[in-house]
Design a protein around this ligand. Structure first.
Ligand code: 3PG
Ligand code: MG
Length: 399
């Protein structure tokens, strides 16, 4: 795989460099609630800018329906990137149209153009290779002859999309610093984890995590389960879960997992239940056998949180993906906080697997440096641990 350092050694002054970044940050209206992914993209961009490259950044935000939609404009992202990066960042008004061409043509050495949300063009995510290819050619044409591609959007390398995959076949392609760093961390988890290797999984659905559970179970020493998905496991144990999240069609699968590897799987002993899904709802901590019929479980309970913390205390390696409860609401944040704090307090090599868990770390005010690595890729890191090939990485290896 050719890397950013190889490109810098060639020299980038005056050259057009197309960079795929993952700047898909959570927004509340136009306010960015967690700019972690923008910050994570800075080292690669800074090196290119300092080298005098004319940088063209492409990124997505959310899942617009293949056409321009002001709700998904990269405008707030461009503003934040401009604040954080010591270079001028100009947002184009379209993806590969007149505005993009004019903005790119106007770049001086060390300046940055950000193209509008790449998913405003339906060809980006098309399943049709020819459609994606045509779009990738238009992207490549923006950087012209002598242009190169740097793949740095780790959070999106599991997507076979035009700006991630197809364009890497058209231009000389290099792995950016973020992609390299993330892959190295995940290799350490899959190759030689220090033991005990403890994985903490949360989030809403078992079905989203099933593949990773199946591939991790033989490799880990303990699998700690929280979040909405724990209720399907509890139901598999024959417990009533009231109005909690439940995937009825996954109960048999959970039974099978428990039968095969139950001694490794830790489930809640108690949960925080609420009368409704609201910050001001009436709440109660109950043993899992005592859940009320029309209340819902929104966090693991205090007994469970302590038990999970104890199961993390002696870990050699920890991978954590998915909050233990609805941490965005104060009454349901304690489970996630206790578990995260236990990881911070321990000496394990600890990796936070992207998305919501990374946001939880910052929202709960935990120190970023309390973890060995906070990944920018939720889905991407899970697919890596599942042993799947990541198209956006494979294409760089073969380029
Ligand atoms: C993410 O948020 O996980 C990445 O940015 C990928 O986004 P996607 O799931 O919409 O492809
Ligand atoms: Mg700036």
């Amino acid at each position: 795989m050719k890397t950013l350092d190889d490109l810098l050694a060639e020299g980038v002054a005056g050259r057009h460099v197309l960079v795929r970044a993952d700047l898909n940050v959570p927004l509340d209206g136009e306010t960015i609630t967690d700019d972690g992914r923008i910050r994570a993209s800075l080292p690669t961009l800074t090196k290119l800018v300092d080298g005098g490259a004319r940088v063209v950044v492409t990124a997505h935000l959310g899942r617009p329906k293949g056409e321009p939609d002001p709700k998904y404009s990269l405008k707030p992202v461009a503003t934040r990137l401009n604040e954080l990066l010591d270079a001028t960042v100009t947002l184009a008004g379209d993806v590969v149209g007149d505005s993009a061409r004019t903005t790119v043509a106007g770049l001086a050495d060390g300046e940055v153009a950000l193209l509008e949300n790449i998913r405003f063009d339906a060809r980006e995510t098309s399943k049709d290779e020819a459609e994606r290819g045509a779009f990738a050619r238009e992207l490549a044409a923006l950087v012209g002859d002598g242009g190169v591609f740097v793949s740095d959007g780790f959070g999106v390398v599991h997507r076979k999309q035009a700006s991630v995959y197809d364009v890497a076949k058209l231009l000389p392609a290099y792995a950016g610093g973020l992609v390299l760093a993330e892959v190295e961390v995940l290799r350490r988890l899959t190759d030689t984890p220090d033991r005990p290797y403890v994985v903490v999984l949360g989030g809403a659905k078992v079905s989203d995590k099933l593949a990773v559970i199946e591939s991790l179970l033989p490799k880990v020493d303990r699998l700690i389960v929280g979040g909405g998905m724990c209720f399907t496991f509890l139901a598999a144990e024959g417990l009533g879960v009231g109005a909690s999240l439940l995937e009825g069609d996954m109960i048999e699968t959970c039974k099978k997992l428990l039968a095969e590897a139950g001694e490794k799987i830790l489930l809640p002993a108690d949960v925080v239940i609420a009368e409704k899904f609201a910050e001001d709802a009436a709440t109660e901590s109950v043993l899992v056998a005592d859940m009320r019929e029309d209340w819902m479980g929104l966090d693991i309970g205090p007994i469970t949180a302590e038990r999970y913390a104890a199961a993390l205390a002696d870990a050699g390696t920890v991978f954590w993906n998915g909050p233990m409860g609805v941490f965005e609401m104060a009454p349901f944040a304690e489970g996630t906080r206790t578990v995260a704090q236990a990881i911070v307090d321990g000496d394990a090599y600890s990796v936070v697997g992207g998305g919501d868990s990374a946001a939880a770390v910052r929202a709960l005010g935990l120190p970023d440096d309390g973890f060995s690595h906070i990944s920018t890729g939720g889905g991407a890191s899970l697919e890596f641990l599942e042993g799947k090939e990541l198209p956006g990485v494979a294409v760089l290896e073969h380029s």
